[in-house]
Design a protein around this ligand. Structure first.
Ligand SMILES: *Cc1c(COP(=O)(O)O)cnc(C)c1O
Length: 406
């Protein structure tokens, strides 16, 4: 077998260089732990960016997927298939939304949501040229449509011209949203908790205010729950904390427990007047393989009360992080909801992430100066304690090395 370094060199020669990867080759996972090719163990507080809600090696989920591999992996959407029927029934029940369309990724869920909103306005008004209000500092994906509603010039600049008809407002600033509304506005799109932008939960008055504006003007509320949904914030979907139901919701990441799948959801009111046969599609979307995974993920979530567990663990994680914020000068604050948490640092976050890796802890970054934690939702208190030991060691190591006064 090739040596580790040789393999990474090979990857760097062959793969398009769009990621700066850490020099670790992950090989297997078990529960909340990951192992690299050297056999080193890592406590995983990143979950493959919020995907592995049920951790690694869940035997029920794996068995369901393996069984489906042998039975039937793909049919196209010209036919019905059993797994996607069950997946859709669960998805509708768990969300309280009435209709679901399965995609292969988060960015495609956003594309579908945007198309549904535009079609709804077109059916209502009989003309096009409607606009969408999205938020500054947001993240919705990398395809052109999703990129167009992503409020981050750094991601957008080189790819202009983007999709027209998008305006940006400041997150958690209701007046800023109001100022962008006019008769062309067909939808307001936001993450219930901004993820990539730096873990900013929507303030309740902000989200409720937006909902009122939407109702007043027949504007659709689109919530991106790709990262903050699926139990992550201690409710099945983060909007349930606020009592603000969207008209359209985008979901992905944890919904497949590791297989690539996303979804957008609509209320019946919107579904009735938007996408019809011919308007939208996906060859893979909701195929039997991912359907089997989604079906199993939802059934485990319900039976094992995963969102409730995440809420409980979130309280404990918050408390632990608050204690650390008291202890270390380099931690300027904590933000988050449930098991979606961020520590604001005034030292280079990338260095802390690497120091944590040395200690056997995986964490990620967000929004420039935020250390982001998205642990599997199945963590126990002992894992939070273990994370704290390792993160303390990582931060103290910096101090010992004289890199930072803490
Ligand atoms: C990850 C993410 C996306 C994009 O999902 P992909 O599966 O990477 O296309 C969109 N919105 C939010 C909030 C995300 O966190």
């Amino acid at each position: 077998m090739k040596a580790n370094q040789e393999l990474m060199n090979l990857a760097d020669r062959c793969l398009l260089h769009t990621y700066n990867r850490y020099p670790i080759i992950l090989e297997k996972g078990e529960g909340v732990y990951l192992y690299d090719t050297q056999g080193k163990q890592y406590l995983d507080f990143a979950s493959g960016i919020g995907v592995q809600a049920l951790g690694y090696g869940n035997q029920e989920l794996n068995a369901a997927v393996k069984k489906q591999v042998d039975l039937l992996m793909h049919t196209s959407n010209l036919f019905y298939n059993m797994p996607v029927i069950r997946a859709a029934e669960w998805a509708v029940k768990a969300s309280g939304m009435e209709r679901v369309f399965f995609t292969n990724s988060g960015t495609e869920a956003i594309e579908g949501a945007v198309k549904a909103a535009r079609k709804y306005a077109y059916v209502r008004d009989g003309h096009t040229d409607h606009t969408i209000i999205a938020m500054e500092n947001s993240f919705h994906g990398r395809t052109i449509g999703a990129l167009s509603v992503t409020g981050n010039p750094r991601y957008q600049e080189a790819f202009e011209p983007l999709m027209p008809g998008v305006r940006f407002a400041a997150f958690n600033d209701l007046d800023s949203v109001k100022n962008q509304i006019d008769e062309t506005t067909c939808a307001i799109l936001l993450e219930t908790v901004q993820g990539e932008g730096g873990i900013y939960p929507a303030e309740p008055e902000f989200l409720q205010g937006i909902k009122e504006l939407c109702q007043e003007h027949d504007i659709l509320l689109i919530l991106d729950e790709i990262q903050c949904g699926m139990g992550r914030c201690g409710q099945m979907f983060a909007w349930q904390h606020y009592g603000v139901k969207p008209d359209i919701m985008a979901c992905a990441k944890a919904i497949g427990g590791g297989v690539p799948v996303g979804a957008f959801f609509l209320t019946e009111r919107v579904a009735e007047k938007s996408l019809v046969p011919g308007d939208h599609g996906s060859t893979y979307g909701g195929n039997p393989l991912v359907g089997a995974a989604v079906d199993k993920v939802f059934s485990i979530f319900e039976r094992d009360h995963i969102p409730e567990h995440a809420r409980e663990m979130g309280v404990y994680l918050e408390k632990t992080l608050e204690e650390m914020a008291e202890e270390f000068d380099c931690i300027k604050g904590r933000r988050g909801l449930g098991l979606m948490q961020g520590l604001v640092l005034d030292i280079p976050v990338g260095d802390v992430v690497k120091a944590a890796q040395e200690q056997g802890l995986l964490v990620i970054t967000a929004g420039g100066n935020v250390l982001r934690m998205l642990p599997p939702l199945i963590i126990e208190k002992k894992h939070v304690d273990e994370m704290a030991v390792k993160l303390r060691a990582a931060l103290n190591l910096r101090k010992i090395r004289g890199e930072e006064n803490v």
